[in-house]
Design a protein around this ligand. Sequence first.
Ligand code: ATP
Length: 439
Amino acid sequence: MERTYIQDLRSAVDQTVQIKGWLQTLRDQKKLQFLILRDPTGLVQVTHWKPNDEALAEQISKLGTESALTITGKVVDNPVVKLGGLEIQLESLCVENTAEIPLPFDPFADSLPVLDFRLDWRYLDLRRPVNNLLFRVETTVENAMRTYWTQNNFIEIHSPKLTGSPSESGAELFSLDYFDTKAYLAQSPQFYKQMAMAAGFERICEIGPVFRADPSFTARHMTEFTGVDAEISWIDSHEDVMRSEEAMLHDVYQTVKEKHGDEIKSLFGTEIVVPELPFPRIPMREVIEILKGRGYTLPADKKGDIDPGGEREIAAYVKEKFNHDFVFVTDWPVSARPFYHMRKEDDPNLTKSFDLIANGLEITTGAQREHRPDILAKQALEKGLHLEPIQYYLDFFRYGCPPHGGYGMGLSRLMMVMLGMNNIREAVYIFRGPTRLMP
Ligand code: ATP
């Protein structure tokens, strides 16, 4: 018999069906047993009249909740039943996999254990519908990104994650034994994205893993995350990069709203607002003035960077002034940017770069890149880098590389802001941090 999904039971009234799922609750009464079964599409009540089959009744009595079951039975209309006004009268049951008693924790209890404990038992935590929705939305997000990119002639690449030299500085770098030498895990696809520009690919995108040996324990950092990257050629400035990113995000939000808006509202309590184009843009210099005006002083040790408190404050300003959830902070000082960001022609202390802040959280860094090898080498030296390890990268710009720029975004950070979650550990399938390598 073919499997019927719970959401389709209404059209199967009076028929015998087979459903597959997890035992969410069991109510064992004197004569009757009620099993609430869950599949990815919903919940249904299954009833068993004990005198019909005492042996089966006994088997059911011993079942642990969250056991994986296949059930056959007749669908009957019953307006009294809260779950969809129908129930299934049990005919046979196959226990595919019992859940041991007790569960490490009940994912459907009113109060849940602390996050760290839930991460130890992540597969149980992921059984909660809110988590199932999260990853269905993430799938839609990635599909919508790829749809935007393919409609706009981007080529998707998969750059290597094992590298022979650090892509930026030696900081935040994982190294590993590689036969009789050392290899590093890629901290970003930066150099390889740019190599694609030297290869004449003109527009590329990549969704792939990024590794950072960052020992911090914040609610927005992981040691391994999924990066969303794009790079485009023949640009005039970072403005072209921002335009490409905001158009992509606009499409992503629109698709998510159409497909999951109602579910997101009911499970996350978050309204998906499709951001209007263009997103507001504020140069960093002005941001500092605005923050000052609002009584917020940036910490001096940030070298011209914004701290998380500043990100939230500028987002609050943008919300009040433009009623927008996104803001591009542009034209960052050289001190806060890597050597490969192009500097402004009219102010060499500033770079042609931006960060995108969404609902008060940085989700993207982007820039026009310096594609003139002599200037690039000079900027690298100024930042204290040695040229020899990055010579292969500098070579990309020796034989006809067009002006270009791009951006890098954290997928889980986007999911956090989109769904209104406040900890990245909950927004990612499996969290990796300085003290978490398992499961
Ligand atoms: P932050 O200032 O928040 O540490 P960053 O400036 O180091 O971020 P970039 O190197 O510019 O970040 O990376 C681009 C994007 O990748 C960031 O905007 C963010 O969305 C994401 N990202 C960076 N580091 C992490 C991390 N450790 N965990 C999750 N996402 C990250």
